[in-house]
Design a protein around this ligand. Structure first.
Ligand code: NAP
Length: 225
């Protein structure tokens, strides 16, 4: 019997980890919808509503909430607007997308959701108060969704990348900092986006039958020290 083609919605698929996830899913025969920011701006609920209104809820089997921002600020400098944007982008938008796709997944009795969290939901570093808070929130959201959706055959997990070679990492760390950071990682190097994407694709596949509600670090051993 021919295996059915699964359909995925991936956010932030234009670059970095998201682009690698799009490629990894396509390699596994998954059809991928990866709206650009101009098609669906996650900071703008009207833009999300307009894009989602055009897509049929029942057509999405796999959701990867990958897009994220990390605005660094020391505690005293976090302003309400920046805080609200961090919450909107990294926590509220993933919730709204889960709410959008889960009814269709329930009807089909199958679904896979992966939320891209961060090692900074498990440990932290200066200037990461907002980022650590929202990514920790995403882990909590993951656990509750896993519990609520498991009876419908929907598995929900959070993946916590360590330092990955992407624009986001280069934007927040100087080359000198990155060399120093690499020395603190047991594997002595940053990750390539594909190393995160392969694991995400596995969690989204038929091969994953029993992992749900987990917060899984892919970090070269960084958080085990
Ligand atoms: P990135 O290279 O900065 O790419 C971010 C992606 O998100 C881009 O596709 C970008 O689209 C999209 N995006 C940004 N703002 C958006 C908006 N308002 N609406 C829709 N899309 C938007 O990021 P990355 O490093 O690949 O990170 C991906 C995820 O992994 C994030 O959740 C991040 O927190 C997490 N993470 C990354 C690392 C790391 O070391 N890189 C480590 C731990 C966790 P445009 O091309 O239009 O800007």
């Amino acid at each position: 019997m021919k295996a059915m083609t699964r359909r995925a919605l991936v956010t932030g698929g234009s670059r970095g980890i998201g682009l690698a996830i799009v490629h990894a899913l396509k390699q596994r025969g998954v059809e991928v919808v990866a709206p650009s920011r101009s098609e669906m701006d996650l900071l703008d609920s009207a833009s999300m509503t307009a894009f989602l209104a055009k897509s049929k809820k029942s057509e999405i089997d796999i959701l990867v909430n990958n897009a994220g921002i990390n605005v660094l600020n020391p505690l005293e400098a976090i302003e309400p607007n920046a805080w609200n944007q961090m919450v909107r982008m990294n926590l509220t938008a993933p919730l709204e997308l889960i709410q959008h796709v889960s009814p269709g997944m329930k009807t089909q009795g199958w679904g896979r959701i992966v939320n891209i969290s961060s090692i900074f939901s498990l440990v932290s570093r200066e200037k990461r108060a907002a980022y650590s808070a929202v990514k920790s929130g995403l882990n909590g959201l993951t656990r509750t969704c896993a519990v609520e959706l498991a009876p419908s055959g929907i598995l929900v997990n959070a993946v916590c990348p360590g330092y990955v070679e992407t624009d986001l990492t280069r934007q927040n760390n100087s080359p000198e900092e990155l060399s120093r950071i690499a020395e603190t990682i047991p594997l002595r190097r940053l990750a390539q986006p594909e190393e995160i994407a392969r694991f995400v694709a596995f969690l989204c596949s038929e091969e994953n039958t029993y992992i749900t509600g987990q917060t899984l670090a892919v970090d070269g051993g960084f958080t085990c020290q």
